[in-house]
Each structure stands twice: as structure tokens, then as C-alpha cells.
Design a protein around this ligand. Structure first.
Ligand code: ADP
Length: 499
């Protein structure tokens, strides 16, 4: 469904901010200390709203609510079918509020409004439906005991889940974690990123409207080192699921280990290679490579930030890529013609520019971009570096912005070796018409998802997560549902025991 023109766009530019408080036990409440923080519009740098700043004591209250809802409430006890009906209602409400939710993510995160409206929000609602469809099919199995025992397994919800999520996809991240946890019968606390707290609070409101019982879904807005750390080190949270930087992932795992050994699932950084072979369609490959780095302004953990092109087509590819990058349209993310909005905040904007500076100092050649765009807001031009060496910081480290390193390779063996030469292993792309090459490379690369002749192809049914220092545990697919379940074995003798 397309927007019907400027009238709707203007109206949507400043959605009314209805929810700015913590959502605990079914109520919007102030933080205990009464503190607030500001969330900023990256298009202008102006404050959108002040939001309650939750801290350790608020997390404690939220965890108590979630624990009570888990130990005594109806959610884990009702049939999966009943949970599914509530989740379907939640999905309906999300679809009904699509415009407002897309507008909130647009002003809070600088995301393209149309992308939110057509992709993120509908896919988020669909993820609730996907896991709702699985909620009544959770069961264990009868075991074939080697002795005279009747034994079986039960699949039980893990308990209280803690979700710590990032700012790059506020909607997808929220629902990608919440939907399987709800289906499993868990109760939970979610801490959205401090840069993008607004849509999470709206989702909490819709969950209540849909009939999710009080205490099942709690949202505590606040900062990482306070509210986030209180979740990862909490003694009464059974599992923490995190998406964010590798650096913070390490802190979360440490906190989990030194507190109550809660289970941990981490989806972390990436530096994903896209390998383009000589037989590729040049125009398509250049388009894919550009999309791979500018999609969501490069604030994507699976961005194709290392592009390896085989020598036979390298020069022509470089020309095409630069042409396309120069023509890429930046602008207000509400404008349906805009392809790239602003980076999420000033810190991220400055971080990206400082990496561009590092690349130049390291001796890479700037082919295009490299500068802020426009007179206000946090926009960065699509940037392509060539003459890049494998040991440069811009190739080793995750930049999380529209900055690509373009490199040349000769043989398939070299491409595989260089693609794997990273501490990360989240995603990889291969462009070739040769099936044998595609199969060989996809098996040789150590990454959680491989795209052949495409990029960013996600599906609710595709498990998603990392190899190596990109983390462990999988979001999406039925793998994510099983993450929120634990297995209990029950055994009983078939005959009277001789003892
Ligand atoms: P970025 O550096 O790109 O902002 P982070 O990994 O820092 O990404 O943030 C992802 C999420 O982790 C956010 O919700 C943030 O508040 C949270 N976070 C940051 N530091 C910590 C921490 N020490 N403990 C728990 N959560 C944290």
C-alpha cells in the first residue's frame, strides 16, 4: 500500500508521543528515582521526547512482576492454542497501527518510513503469527529407555527471559525476541536501546490491549550500563538474549556467569564478505554490493562491508559501483523517494566519520563519499574505499555505517581464505553463475547465513545468528522457539522395583 501523498506524509512527520514511561506489570509507571532521558530525532538533532530512565531498582520490580506472572499467572499454564489467539490479536493491532509505528521508528532511528511500513512492521506482526502457529505444537517425546522404564520428555518454558536489544531495527529486534518467548510461555523484561525507546513502549501497550496478562511483558527503558547490566546480572532472570556489539556481548556473558549462570544467547557484530566472481552480471552485482552496505544506512550487523571482486571484472565493477553510489539518494526518511536516512545519533555519526578518517590515514583510496551530507542531521554519504589491505582497521573492525572496503582477488581459494580472515562470522554473499563455485564457497565460509546471488534475504523460518565472535544461539525459525524452552525428563518404572 503506497502513501497517498504529501498530506499523509506531513501529518506523519511528528506522531504524537503517547508512551514515555516504563511498562511494568501492565501499567505505565515513572522510574523509581524519577529520572528521565531524552530521545533525539537524527534528522535534526532535536529532542523528540523525554522518556523514563529505568535503573536497577526498576528492573527488580519488573523481574518480580515477571516472576509472579510465571510462577502463579495464567500465561505459562494456558494452552498454547490460547496463547496463540492472544498473539494473533497482538499482530492484528500492530497491523492496524502500522503507520504510527513506522513513523515512531522513523523519527527515533532515522529509518525509512516506507521500509518500516512495508517491511519491518508487517514482518514483525508476521513473526507473532509464525510463533503463534507453533505455540500449540510444543511437546516432548516418549523415550526408548534401555531399561524397564517408561520415560518421556516435557518441553517447558525457561522462565523469566531478559531481552536486551539494539537501536538499528527497533521493531524487528523487539518482536524477533518477544514473539518466540511469548509462544514458549515465558514471561519477560525487555530493555530497548536508549537511542530508540519509543516503539517498544507502544508495543507494550498493544500487547496489553491484545490480552497479554499483566507481568508477562515488561519494558524498562534506560541505559546499558545501568538497566541493561541489571538484567544480565540479575539473580532471578533465567536467560538473557542480547543483540548488539561484541564488546557488550562479552560483558553480558561475564555478568551472566558471575551472577546466576543464566543461559545466554548473543547475536553480535559482523564484518561480512560479499564475493563477486568474474562471471557475474556486473550491473546486478554492483547494485547488490551497494545495497549491501547502504541498506538501513549501513547500520546492519550483516552489512556487506568487505567486497571482494575477481580481477577480470574488477575495474569495470569499480566504475559501476561508484556511479551507483554517487546517484544514491539521501534525504528525509519520510520522503518515499529517499533511499537513505540519517545515522541513528551523533555518536554513531561521529564514529563513522572517524573510521573514514582512519581509512584515509591508513592509505586506502577514497573512491566516493567520505563526508556528512546536508546541512543538519546525522547523514553520511555512501562511502567506498579501494586499495585496501587486509590488515587495515577499516577492514578488521565493524563500522556500522555506509562504508565499504573494495578488494580484488584472483582465485577461489584466495577468496575463501580472505573471506574467513575475520574474527566475525555472521553472514556472507556470493555472486556467480557457477553452481559448483557457489556450493564450494558456501560450505567453506564460516558464517551463520550465506546468500547466493542475493543479499539480506531473511525469512521468519530462517535461523539467524553467528559463528565465531558474532555470537551463538539463533533468532528466527523454530530454533528461536526452542531457545526459550527447556527439556525435562520424567521416568517411572514399568515393574515394581526390586529395591
Ligand atoms: P551500540 O554500541 O551499537 O550502541 P550496544 O551493544 O552498546 O550497541 O547496545 C545494544 C544494547 O545493549 C542497548 O540496549 C544497550 O543499552 C545495551 N547495553 C550497553 N551496555 C550494556 C551493558 N554493559 N550491559 C547490558 N546491556 C548493555
Amino acid at each position: 500500500q503506497q502513501s497517498n501523498g504529501n498530506g499523509e506524509m506531513n501529518q506523519l512527520k511528528i506522531p504524537e508521543i503517547k508512551f514515555t514511561k516504563l511498562f511494568i506489570n501492565g501499567e505505565f509507571v515513572d522510574s523509581i528515582k524519577g529520572r528521565n532521558f531524552e530521545t533525539v530525532d537524527p534528522r535534526t538533532g532535536e529532542v523528540i521526547a523525554t522518556v523514563a530512565e529505568g535503573d536497577k531498582e526498576d528492573v527488580d520490580v519488573a523481574v518480580k512482576a515477571a516472576r509472579t506472572a510465571f510462577d502463579q499467572g495464567p500465561w505459562p499454564r494456558m494452552s498454547g492454542f490460547q496463547r496463540a489467539r492472544i498473539m494473533e490479536k497482538f499482530a492484528d493491532l500492530i497491523e492496524q497501527n502500522n503507520n504510527e509505528l513506522a513513523a515512531l521508528d522513523c523519527i527515533d532511528a532515522g529509518k525509512l518510513f516506507m521500509m518500516g511500513k512495508l517491511v519491518d512492521i508487517p514482518a514483525g506482526a508476521a513473526s507473532l503469527r509464525y510463533y503463534a502457529g507453533a505455540a500449540d505444537k510444543i511437546h516432548g517425546e516418549v523415550l526408548k529407555s534401555t531399561r524397564s522404564l517408561h520415560a518421556y520428555t516435557l518441553k517447558e518454558p525457561i522462565g523469566v527471559a531478559g531481552h536486551i536489544i539494539p537501536w538499528n531495527f527497533p521493531t524487528s529486534m523487539f518482536l524477533m525476541k518477544v514473539a518466540p518467548a511469548l509462544a514458549a510461555g515465558c514471561t519477560m523484561i525487555v530493555k530497548p536501546a536508549e537511542q530508540t525507546p519509543l516503539s517498544a513502549l507502544f508495543y507494550a501497550h498493544l500487547a496489553k490491549q491484545a490480552g497479554v496478562p499483566d507481568g508477562v511483558l515488561n519494558v524498562v527503558t534506560g541505559f546499558g550500563h545501568t538497566a541493561g547490566a541489571a538484567i544480565s546480572s540479575h539473580m532471578d532472570i533465567d536467560m538473557v538474549c542480547f543483540t548488539g556489539s561484541t564488546e557488550v556481548g562479552r560483558l553480558i556473558m561475564q555478568a551472566a556467569a558471575t551472577s546466576n549462570l543464566k543461559q545466554v544467547s548473543l547475536e553480535l557484530g559482523g564484518k561480512s564478505p560479499l564475493i563477486i566472481f568474474d562471471d557475474a552480471d556486473l550491473d546486478k552485482a554492483a547494485g547488490l554490493a551497494l545495497q549491501g552496505i547502504v541498506h538501513n544506512k549501513g547500520e546492519v550487523c550483516v552489512s556487506s562491508s568487505r567486497v571482494y571482486v575477481q580481477e577480470g571484472i574488477y575495474d569495470e565493477f569499480e566504475k559501476k559501483l561508484v556511479e551507483k553510489a554517487k546517484a544514491w539518494k539521501l534525504g528525509d526518511p519520510f520522503d518515499p523517494n529517499t533511499r537513505q536516512g540519517p545515522q541513528v545519533d551523533k555518536r554513531q555519526f561521529e564514529r563513522i566519520l572517524s573510521y573514514i578518517d582512519i581509512g584515509m590515514k591508513e592509505g586506502a583510496t577514497l573512491l566516493t563519499g567520505g563526508k556528512p551530507w546536508g546541512s543538519k542531521g546525522y547523514y553520511v554519504e555512501p562511502t567506498v574505499f579501494a586499495d585496501v589491505k587486509e590488515d587495515m582497521q577499516i577492514v578488521r573492525e565493524e563500522i556500522f555505517g555506509p562504508v565499504m572496503s573494495l578488494m580484488k582477488f584472483k582465485t577461489i581459494e584466495e577468496a575463501i581464505e580472505r573471506a574467513n580472515n575475520s574474527k566475525y562470522g555472521l553472514a556472507a554473499g556470493i555472486v556467480t553463475k557457477d553452481l559448483n563455485v557457489a556450493n564450494r564457497v558456501s560450505r567453506s565460509i564460516r558464517a551463520g547465513i550465506i546468500w547466493i546471488n542475493c543479499y539480506f534475504e531473511f525469512d521468519l523460518d530462517f535461523p539467524y545468528g553467528g559463528y565465531k565472535m558474532s555470537g551463538f544461539g539463533r533468532d528466527l525459525g523454530l530454533n528461536a522457539l526452542h531457545k526459550y524452552l527447556q527439556v525435562k525428563t520424567v521416568a517411572t518404572p514399568l515393574y515394581d522395583s526390586p529395591w
